[in-house]
Design a protein around this ligand. Structure first.
Ligand code: BG6
Length: 489
């Protein structure tokens, strides 16, 4: 996934060294700032991958078709009181039937990559056992349609729609039987799709579905586990990721790449001083110890185990090795700054600052506005984890989108948000952060989990009565960024 080093970049480097300016140590990094003109727009590297993203339960609908089994989100959304507008994903965007039209929308955006997720209960209705060929066929059709339109498919294997059968049988991720079943399912999908899909994400946002689903009873399956059991479930999830990586490597075509997409605990230095930046690096490692760090280092930090104490997960050395199976890229879902950090004289030498109540946010209250998150988080992640290739696997915002009298949707707040985050991302890349691509969340408004259809994250507006899709102004904004490979005029 490393970018190519062009002749033009070489000429630029040669020019700089003639001026006595030191060239970057690695030639690949130098392509990140292809122009020396300070007035030029802030360019992304050539070959940068622009994309958009969705997930299965949020858009597909067709929950009872072609042998699909039930998922925990079917059960949860049909439980009274769980979803703000009492809706569910039964029909959602009806993408299952309209995928060809939706691929056209993706193409019209000008993106060259699309991140979608595969519904495990379509492929294995009971989670394990006999596969359902008709379920996989939908993804065959989707992948073929994408490729026919020049769009590279990036498949996520788990975006929260666990087969209900595994919840009933094993308590879902409370058991490592689910971890093993996930590996079997992942290997099967990779075997059948990797002739056309070259990049797989195992899990989407493990931190979110564990805390919200197993810790706080907000998301499916709606559990409030005691800490020790929650920590064990987290261990089963990262183990599932590691086993899936191994299964994909064993059964996919050579050259298939695998990683995961995580809502990294996003730490940002409160003030940009070297001390605070160093403190933020340490905080990032510790606050991500239970998921990203154990995956990327193959061990739990001492701080994590000490903090968990008697509630620490039980694990073996072999399991840690599996969890730490090498991956090809790291997907970071970047929305809000979660922790502003300053250095401290006292152990552990970093401190989280409280948010003032006046801190601004987007239409979703949780979505605090911190464009510098897109600068610091990839930069720090690359430093901590061996300069691994990074994708921004999600970034975007909800807005109170309304259709104006002239029929347009002027989502200026979304454009403001994107412009600022992308500007900071470009800055990180120009300084050497190995970010290879960006997936804007989301292609279109969809079923936003517990918010139902009440929060709109799409580039395309969806009328949920008629299911008509209409481009918002942000479609033009994003198309322009992609066409210029830059933010700015
Ligand atoms: C991410 C998820 O957490 O954020 C998406 O990966 C989700 O699936 C998006 O739609 C917005 O989150 P929410 O909770 O506001 O619907």
């Amino acid at each position: 996934m490393r970018g190519r080093f062009s002749r033009r970049d070489f000429a630029k480097l040669a020019g700089l060294s003639a001026l006595g300016i030191t060239a970057p140590a690695r030639a690949e990094d130098s392509q990140t700032n292809p122009t020396a003109d300070p007035h030029a727009p802030a360019s992304f590297p050539s070959g940068f991958i622009w994309g958009t993203a969705t997930s299965s339960y949020q858009i597909e609908g067709a929950v009872n078709e072609d042998g699909r089994g039930r998922s925990i989100w079917d059960t949860f959304s049909h439980t009274p009181g769980k979803i703000a507008d009492h809706s569910n994903g039964d029909r959602a965007n009806d993408h299952y039937h309209r995928y060809k039209d939706d691929v056209r929308l993706i193409k019209d955006l000008g993106v060259k990559a699309y991140r979608f997720s595969i519904a495990w209960p379509r492929v294995f209705p009971d989670g394990v056992g006999a596969p359902n060929p008709k379920g996989l066929d939908f993804y065959n059709r989707l992948v073929d349609e994408l490729l026919a339109n020049g769009i590279e498919p990036y498949a996520t294997l788990y975006h929260w729609d666990l087969p209900q059968a595994l919840q009933d049988r094993f308590g879902g991720w409370q058991s490592n039987n689910t971890s093993k079943s996930f590996a079997d399912y992942s290997g099967y999908v990779a075997q059948h799709l990797s002739d056309r899909v070259r990049n797989f994400f195992t899990l989407n946002e493990a931190g979110r579905f564990l805390n919200f689903g197993y810790g706080w009873a907000i998301d499916a399956p709606g559990l409030k586990l005691p800490t020790a059991e929650l920590n064990q479930a987290r261990h089963n999830v990262v183990l599932g990721h590691g086993l899936a990586v191994q299964a994909i490597r064993a059964r996919a075509r050579q050259g298939t790449k695998v990683g995961l997409a995580e809502n990294i605990a996003a730490c940002v230095p409160a003030i940009d001083t070297p001390d605070n930046v160093a403190a933020t690096e340490v905080a990032t490692r510790e606050l991500n110890a239970g998921i990203l760090n154990v995956i990327l280092e193959g061990k739990y930090t001492d701080g994590y185990l000490a903090y968990a104490g008697k509630d620490a997960p039980k694990f073996t050395a072999d399991e840690l090795k599996t969890i730490g199976s090498p991956i090809d890229f790291l997907g970071l879902n970047i929305y809000a700054p979660q922790f502003y950090i300053i250095a401290s004289d006292q152990a552990p030498h970093w401190k989280v600052l409280p948010f003032p109540s006046s801190f601004p946010h987007m239409s979703s209250e949780w979505l605090r506005i911190g464009p510098e998150t897109a600068y610091w988080v990839p930069r720090i992640a690359a430093k901590l984890w061996n300069n691994i290739d990074i994708y921004i696997s999600e970034n975007g915002t909800s807005s109170e989108d309304k259709i104006a009298a002239d029929g347009n949707i002027y989502d200026l707040d979304r454009i403001m948000f994107l412009r600022n985050y992308l500007t900071q991302l470009q800055r990180a890349i120009a300084e050497g952060a190995p970010v290879r691509g960006y997936f804007l969340w989301s292609l279109m408004d969809n079923f936003e989990w517990i918010f139902g259809y009440g929060k709109r994250f799409g580039l395309y507006y969806v009328d949920f009565d008629t299911l008509k899709r209409t481009p918002k102004l942000s479609v033009s904004f994003y198309r322009n960024v992609i066409a210029k490979n830059a933010v700015g005029a």
